[in-house]
Ligand binder design. Structure first.
Ligand SMILES: Nc1ncnc2c1ncn2[C@@H]1O[C@H](COP(=O)(O)OP(=O)(O)OP(=O)(O)O)[C@@H](O)[C@H]1O
Ligand SMILES: [Mg+2]
Length: 496
């Protein structure tokens, strides 16, 4: 007997203006299967899922659910069919509470709102997922990881038989990813089909039953996970094999560029001190919520520190805002590219040159387009940013390509001290190598670099030293010859 596919997408195509995001994509997902979708940044993964969820209209092709052709014209159609989706970009409303967000779509339907019941239900949903978040809290006050959990709770608040997760792990720490996998296994047992998008091959090999690779809008191949391996998948996805992930830097750390003494911020950052020399890369390791981002934000004056001294080139500085910090020679690539990293409604070119208006304007302050265009074109080529041209709005780029733009902004700025928070979040394996070599290149030019990352291998490959934080305090600093995943983890969880 043939098993009927839960979902079948057949020869799907979709263009945005002149950009053909999907040319001919087919995908089959069985009931109760975890099916991974793999492909480079801009391959068309999110677009395909948006076609299935009704957020986009397909141009051609057919969609079948349980063997029957369906017509999904809007998101409410997909909901009725039992399709739940967690988008790569968050869709929560920051000013509403957790429970209001979870039941947002239901709110529109019911005239009468049972606030108490809603709060109760939200809290149950979150607890079932293994987390504790106050349902009355505003979403804007949650960490990104917590927001992701709320997204999942929202998708599960209605009965789903197909759940799409578009890079759900990108914002979660390793412990939370484990919890997410338990949730997925539980859903699978109930027969829910899951489509899982991630750039982390290790996750795919842990959770998926099958994997489909798409490239440039075409389906390449589907495989059972136990019949393939990482290298073959990378080769399918990139169309080439991958070179060395990390390379040696050709630079000896020089003079001290930045020093931070006893930085304090609320009770989230406690007496953090460190210094970085020119050409040196320092890493911040720690669990989500350990205070790494807050420390960086206090340095960059994105939040107001309570006390502490910052010196740049041996001179005490007191930036009052991020733009002060930028003027003083600091730069920061934020972890949350959607909220702070890039301006979605501006073109790629303006995003890239925004931090560096002086270099593209004449002495009267007028912007010289020619210069702006040249800088933008150079960086688009160097970072292989997949945009139709420099005028494309950043909001229309794929998630990973938005991340590249967020980094490109700082390359030309000539900052002496650069903070990069989760630089490769959502970035495909090929682009990772490009971002790592860019960081190396900046260090070789003498920039002092602070890298915050939840990926231990990334820190070990990039950094000269790694500082581990827990609950806002520094637990220890490891030198290159002391690096090991175990040591970092022990410090991060407080086992010394
Ligand atoms: N609204 C839009 N307007 C124009 N082009 C778009 C739009 N949405 C997506 N695209 C383009 O379609 C292509 C596929 O994008 P998509 O977001 O599906 O990629 P992806 O595989 O999800 O990549 P990533 O791994 O970076 O998230 C990209 O070239 C992207 O720039
Ligand atoms: Mg995507």
């Amino acid at each position: 007997m043939n098993i009927i596919n839960r979902v079948e997408l057949l020869n799907i195509s979709k263009a945005f203006g002149g950009v053909k995001a999907l040319k001919d994509v087919s995908l089959q997902v069985l009931p109760g299967e975890v099916h991974a979708l793999l492909g480079e940044n801009g391959a068309g993964k999110s677009t395909l899922m948006k076609v299935l969820s009704g957020a986009h209209q397909k141009d051609g092709g057919k969609i079948f659910i349980d063997g029957e052709e369906v017509h999904i014209r809007r998101t409410s159609d997909s909901k009725k069919l039992g399709i739940g989706i967690i988008y790569q970009e968050f869709s929560l409303v920051p000013d509403l509470s957790v429970s209001e967000n979870i039941f947002l779509t239901q709110l529109n339907r019911d005239f009468w709102v049972h606030w108490k019941e809603m709060t109760q239900k939200a809290s149950e949903l979150i607890q079932r997922l293994g987390f504790t978040i106050d349902p009355l809290q505003k979403v804007s006050s949650l960490s990104i990881a917590e927001q992701q959990i709320v997204e999942i709770a929202k998708a599960l608040s209605e009965k789903v038989k197909i759940l799409i997760l578009d890079e759900p792990s990108a914002v979660l720490g390793s412990k939370d990813i484990e919890k997410l996998f338990e949730i997925i296994r539980g859903l699978k047992e109930q027969g829910v089909s899951i489509i899982y998008i991630s750039h982390h091959l290790s996750e795919i090999f842990t959770i998926a039953d099958r994997v489909t690779v798409i490239k440039d809008g075409y389906t390449i191949e589907s495989h059972y996970i136990n019949e393939t391996d990482k290298d073959s998948l990378i080769a399918l996805m990139l169309g080439r094999t991958l070179g060395k992930m990390f390379s040696e830097r050709d630079v000896k750390p020089g003079d001290e560029i930045v020093s931070a003494q006893n930085i304090n911020y609320k009770n989230r950052v406690k007496d953090v001190s460190f210094s970085i020399r020119s050409g040196e890369v320092l890493g911040f390791a720690g669990l989500v919520g350990s205070g790494r981002t807050e420390t960086a934000e206090a340095l960059f004056a994105a939040v107001k520190k309570d006390h502490g001294t910052i010196k740049l080139n041996h001179k005490a500085i007191k930036p009052a805002s991020p733009s002060d910090s930028t003027d003083l020679g600091m730069g920061m690539v934020n972890e949350d590219r959607k909220q702070k990293g890039v301006l979605l409604s501006l073109p790629v070119s303006q995003n890239i040159t925004l931090t560096n208006l002086r270099s593209i304007s004449n002495r009267f302050g007028f912007i010289i387009r020619r210069r702006e265009n040249k800088i933008a074109d150079d960086l688009i080529a160097r970072l292989k940013i997949k945009a139709s041209d420099r005028d494309m709005l950043v909001g229309n780029l794929s998630g990973g390509n938005q991340q590249k733009v967020a980094i490109a902004k700082w390359v030309n700025r000539g900052s002496r001290f650069l903070i990069v928070d989760e630089p490769t979040r959502g970035v495909d394996v090929g682009a990772r190598v490009e971002i790592y070599s860019l960081i190396n290149e900046l260090a070789e030019k003498g920039v002092a670099i602070l890298v915050i990352s939840s990926e231990t291998t990334e820190l070990m490959g990039l950094c000269d030293r790694i500082m581990v934080m827990k609950n806002g305090s520094v637990q220890g600093t490891l030198l290159k010859n002391e690096f090991s995943e175990e040591k970092i983890l022990r410090l991060a969880i407080g086992l010394t």
